[in-house]
Design a protein around this ligand. Structure first.
Ligand code: SAM
Length: 628
């Protein structure tokens, strides 16, 4: 088999990868395949108990992912792809299927179950060919296969396990390890396709493409359109029926699994319909049902939910119900000085959002109390309270976002429209004219740094660093998390004098002498000497020229081996969180969120390399670069 001609069959076609995995992207990009990435919205919640063998689960998930994207694109992106590739990688050991760990304890459970044993890594792959017909209907043709690789782990000591877990690497990987990076050190042997363990069985995929396209080559050797056995037909937006029509027959796959797991690309029509995640038949409905519209409704209602949370938080509903659980709406209304009718609506909205619980009392009245979520994050005095940041969202981000349209049109922040002031005057007000506003701002920064701090501080092994400087470290919340996580580290918090003078309001009850504060301006003053510089949510506030100015100042104080640790949301072009965070910066600063590649390029200009990123899945990603 010659690889290039297979891949070249796809040139000029709109190829879509229905997966956001950076590892799959890299494998396919490395062989010269050109494609768009449209991560699937299919939730990986199929009931594993319904599948006889683990690979069937991986293949079905891959199919559902690819089909979801193939069906969504004509409506959402107003273009029909030619081919959609879906994949799902799982680890199977002792009859159990392991996907991505949800937290460190889950990672520990997974990795200890793999210790000293052989396990199987399965990747299910689905290829959907889309064929747009003249009447704007789309026919889908589905191929699938799977690949199995056996991997044996060495015996892992508790120390090794936790060191690996604390590196952050396990969190977004099936089975809790990444063989291509640190996880490779845990592996004794691999039998089979290595890339399959990384996330995509490239060799089997190329063979499959060869079969698909060569089966569809006519006797003159010219490529012909693959013969069609439609999965279903969909009409494009704007045509008579947007949602489409039933095809007369549902065909779920053109592949037929043989006993050894190989797939045989023949025109095999199966009469059984595909099972969706809800165990129902995937069909195009002639009339949209409520559940089809749910995602759009959720998006349209998002702002109502945000504002209900902001309002309940501002009116101190969660504090009140913490101190006096079991109040009815009238009693709450009296305490928060609001109407009974309005309070009742707000309390019920909070119940529906999972922030409050209600039950009937002996007089058949609804009474309310906080859910665990509200107890942990919404009380203003909870150790990990987000109250300050929620108020910042309500007072600052919300008015700015109401001018999003102008921000998009003008490409700049909206302080003047939202607050009637230039951004430098808003800054002046926040820092110098109003002590209350300054405290409010610091409270917001403090609350977000408290909840993200541990994950950022433990993203990398920092044991070789003795001194750190947290530039723009505000209340010191992040610095305290760093000293807690690294007993040998001292941290100097460097921030503007107006901030440093108020920082003691936020010191923890047991002050740590390894955290100290220095007042100054990081653009104009000399920076404290350190072997690690922390920049948490700093660079996104500034345009590129200012970022270069700051990085050049840091670089000039650094010796080889020193490091810069950046905590920001990395723009990945994939997740709604990073894309929305980017809009957030558009409405409020001259800066922007940046991609990992952009940070790599910016830092390399100042002599930093050997970069690594950890996606903490907790607001901020952590990025480290070493001075060469
Ligand atoms: N690093 C903190 C965190 O992660 O919560 C705070 C981030 S906050 C978005 C930006 C911080 O940078 C503020 O504390 C602000 O006072 C500080 N800052 C802004 N301009 C500065 C300057 N020129 N010199 C020093 N600090 C500055």
């Amino acid at each position: 088999m010659v690889l290039n001609p297979v891949i070249s069959k796809l040139s000029g076609k709109l190829v879509v990868l229905a997966s956001g995995s950076p590892r799959r992207l890299e494998i396919l990009r490395n062989v010269g395949l050109r494609f768009e990435v449209v991560p699937s919205w299919f939730k990986e919640t199929l009931d594993k108990g319904l599948f006889k063998a683990p690979h069937e689960y991986a293949v079905e998930t891959a199919k559902q992912k690819a089909l979801e994207v193939a069906r969504r694109m004509p409506f959402k992106h107003l273009k029909t792809p030619d081919i959609v590739i879906g994949a799902d990688t799982i680890v199977a050991v002792d009859g159990m299927i392991l996907e991505k760990p949800v937290d460190k304890d889950d990672a520990y459970r997974m990795l200890s179950s793999l210790s000293g044993k052989e396990h199987s890594v399965f990747t299910g792959v689905a290829v959907v060919l889309c064929h747009e017909k003249e009447n704007e209907e789309v026919d889908y043709q589905l191929f699938d296969f799977h690949e199995e690789t056996k991997v044996k782990f060495a015996d892992l000591s508790e120390d090794m396990l936790w060191e690996y877990i604390n590196s952050g690497e396990p969190m977004d990987k099936a089975g809790g390890y990444g063989i291509q990076a640190l996880g490779g050190m845990l592996v004794e042997y691999v039998h089979g396709d290595f890339l399959n363990v990384v996330g995509f069985p490239l060799n089997h995929f190329c063979k499959q493409l060869d079969l698909i396209y060569n089966c569809n080559t006519n006797s003159a050797g010219q490529e012909s359109t693959p013969s069609f056995s439609p999965v279903h037909k969909v009409k494009r937006k704007g045509s008579k029926s947007e949602v489409g029509e039933h095809s007369s027959k549902l065909v779920n796959s053109l592949s037929k699994h043989t006993d050894n797991g190989e797939s045989d690309v023949r025109d095999v029509e199966k009469t059984l319909p595909l099972a969706s995640s809800r165990g129902q038949t995937i069909e195009e409905e002639s009339e949209p049902k409520g559940e089809d519209l749910q995602r759009i409704i959720d998006l349209m209602d998002g702002f109502k939910a945000s504002k209900a949370l902001f309002t309940a938080s501002k009116l101190c509903v969660f504090d009140l119900l913490h101190n006096s659980p079991g109040l009815d709406a009238a009693a709450v209304a009296q305490e928060i000085k609001a109407s009974v009718k309005g309070t009742e609506c707000l309390l019920e909205a909070c119940v529906s959002l999972g922030l409050l619980k209600s039950k009937e009392n002996e007089c058949h009245k609804s009474v309310y109390e906080n859910t665990g979520l509200a107890v942990r994050f919404l009380r203003s005095d909870a150790p990990y309270s987000l109250h300050g940041y929620i108020q910042h969202c309500n007072n600052t981000i919300w008015p700015l976002f109401s001018h999003l349209e102008s921000a998009v049109q003008e490409g700049t922040h909206q302080h003047e429209k939202a607050f009637g002031k230039k951004s430098k005057d808003v800054f002046q007000d926040n820092y110098y004219n109003s002590r209350e506003r300054k405290l409010r701002f610091m409270n917001a920064m403090h609350s977000i740094a408290r909840v993200t701090g541990t994950d950022v501080a433990t993203a990398f092994d920092l044991s070789s660093y003795k001194t750190a400087c947290d530039l723009g470290g505000c209340t010191g919340a992040m610095a305290y998390e760093f000293t807690k996580a690294h007993p040998g580290l001292s941290v100097t918090v460097f921030d503007l004098p107006a901030v440093v003078e108020m920082s003691e309001h936020f010191h923890p009850p047991h002050k740590d002498s390894r955290v100290s504060f220095v007042a100054g301006d990081f653009f104009n003053d000399e920076l404290p000497k350190a072997d690690l510089y922390i920049l948490a949510r700093i660079l996104h506030d500034w345009p590129d020229d200012k970022v270069h100015l700051l990085l050049s100042k840091i670089a000039s104080t650094c010796t080889p081996g020193s490091a810069v640790l950046i905590a920001e949301t990395m723009l990945d072009g994939l997740t709604p969180y990073s894309a929305l965070q980017s809009l957030n910066m558009l409405v409020q600063t001259e800066g922007s969120e940046r991609t990992e590649d952009k940070y790599v390029a910016m830092l390399s200009k100042h002599g930093f390399g050997n970069t690594r990123v950890v996606h903490t899945k907790n607001f901020l990603d952590a990025f480290i670069a070493i001075k060469m």
